[in-house]
Design a protein around this ligand. Sequence first.
Ligand code: MG
Length: 287
Amino acid sequence: MKVARFIDAGRPRVGIVDTAAGRIHPLDKKLSNVIGLIRLTTGGFTYGGSDGSGIPLDTVKLLAPIIPERNIFCIGKNYHAHAKEFSVSGFEAGAVKGQETDEYPAIFSKPPSTVVGPDDIVELHPQATSTVDYEAELAFVIGRPGRNISEADARKHVWGYTIINDVTARDRQKNHKQWLAGKGLDTFCPMGPWIVTADEVDAENLDITCHVNGELRQQANTRDLIFKIPQLVAAISAGLTLQAGDVIATGTPAGVGIGFNPPRFLTAGDRVEISISGIGTISNSFG
Ligand code: MG
């Protein structure tokens, strides 16, 4: 099932997307929030039908499929080649040559105010930064809440998967040590185009690509994640209760702007398009 949020007569609604037919089938009008749906369906989601034949998908404005109730959990340096390119870029505070990867996952967060839709404009914030960069990532959404979740049980807590762009101000990421200041600017988390429920996704074998103005920059498969999703769930939920609707981003592969010499930062008018097999595509212009 592909669960999307969209604007209908000026109000957000939730719908089920049929990509083959190019239509979106609205759910109950009272359901404007995917977190409510997740709470109703943590044990699995069966779609019982639609009201009518749906709306042509290309006529609706899609929103981010979920606005989390608290910060998005994010993982840094979770692909070997990206950990290396980041370490040698000069933008990693405290980088140590030969120690590009870590024994434990790096965990940081982005506020909910970073979240925008799958085709919304991302602000460049020229007053705050001149080094805006992209990061294509698979993200997953928690269904069943839990604390101290074991790796063996982790999959039972994942409700679905989506795409995010972990947009980053590299100068602020470096200068402020903790990454929040470089990762948390308004609009810095495009998300979508929908959430695909966990039953339809083999999360350990998904192709990720990222194009900037049509040029291929990132290409990887999630089998190359250093810390796999069960390890991430176990690490984050240790002593911290994960809640329904929490979003966890798994990290970006190599090919970000600071992987080039000289770095290739985003400028006004650039368009970043991220695709993940089995999920879809988000495409955001910067300005
Ligand atoms: Mg990232």
